[in-house]
Design a protein around this ligand. Structure first.
Ligand SMILES: O=C(O)CCC(=O)C(=O)O
Ligand SMILES: [Mn+2]
Length: 204
């Protein structure tokens, strides 16, 4: 079994060494289509989706849901997001990603209802956040764009049904990422970001 820090990528996984020690792993069809289809339907129909206000008080342009170990809270954009208990679908996907890299106790799900839904440039660099984040995409293909903080170097990835991206190394310190809006007629997309919220911040 991997120890969580040492990646065990499959032969279909690309490893990209980014400037300043960022690491990005990606695999297009990480989840087989039948499992991806089943997961998309279940997560869409079973998760407790909410639209929440962002940092400036306006509604975020997407729906979110948060799952994980009991009592775990992830605070971002000035709001607490309390984990609901893991569902079987989330646990199944979590274990598959952990077999590649990382150890996770929390999942933030984002649901992009159409091309108008998006996520702006940001880094998941809160002090309590582990540096390895496993991001699994389901449904419509969207662009995942990353940008270096100072050189502004950018890279784009098409993330489709079953695509896995793992962000690791120093990526959150030196790079930001986003899912821009698109005018293309795209369907719904669900993205799962598995994270490790460290113990010292539990129970705040
Ligand atoms: O939807 C995505 O691919 C990215 C989600 C993300 O960056 C986040 O939840 O922090
Ligand atoms: Mn993010």
């Amino acid at each position: 079994m991997p120890d969580g820090d040492t990646p065990m990528p499959s032969k279909n996984m690309r490893t990209i060494q980014l400037a300043d020690g960022g690491i990005l792993l990606s695999e297009d069809a990480f989840l087989p289509t039948d499992l991806a289809d089943r997961a998309f339907t279940r997560l869409r129909d079973e998760c407790a989706w909410e639209q929440k206000p962002g940092i400036f008080g306006h509604m975020q342009p997407r729906l979110i849901a948060t799952y994980g170990e009991p009592g775990l809270i992830y605070r971002y954009s000035g709001r607490d997001n309390v984990a609901l208990p893991w569902t079987p679908t989330l646990l199944e996907i979590k274990q598959k990603i952990e077999a590649v890299q990382g150890e996770y106790n929390y999942c933030l799900l984002n649901r992009y209802r159409s091309g108008l839904d998006s996520m702006g440039m940001h880094a998941d660099d809160e002090p309590e956040m582990g540096n390895v984040i496993g991001s699994l995409s389901l449904g419509a293909t969207r662009t995942f764009r990353i940008r270096h903080n100072t050189t502004k170097e950018t890279m784009k990835f098409q993330v489709g049904h079953g695509t896995l991206i793992i962000m690791a190394g120093t990526m959150q310190q030196f790079w930001k990422h986003e899912v821009p809006k698109t005018k293309e007629p795209v369907g719904e997309r669900i993205n799962l970001t598995f994270r490790l919220i460290t113990r010292k911040e539990l129970g705040r």
